[in-house]
Design a protein around this ligand. Structure first.
Ligand code: SF4
Length: 59
């Protein structure tokens, strides 16, 4: 497992990471993605690559 983080200034709230990995990401009060748990490393790499604004990274 790996810790991931979302840059809230960059996230556009598209919801892709949340629908892909709902156990890891959730919408925050600001409509942007927040991390709620560690991610499987392979799944983290995939979601990092698919975020349209590259707001997700590993800690
Ligand atoms: S995929 Fe990227 S832009 Fe979309 S909600 Fe997740 S972190 Fe934000």
């Amino acid at each position: 497992m790996v810790k991931v983080k979302v840059d809230a200034d960059t996230c556009i709230g598209c919801g892709l990471c949340i629908s892909t990995l709902p156990d890891v990401f959730q919408f925050g009060d600001d409509g942007k993605s927040v991390v709620i748990a560690d991610a499987d490393e392979a799944q983290a790499d995939e979601v990092i690559a698919s975020c349209p604004v590259a707001a997700i990274s590993k800690e």
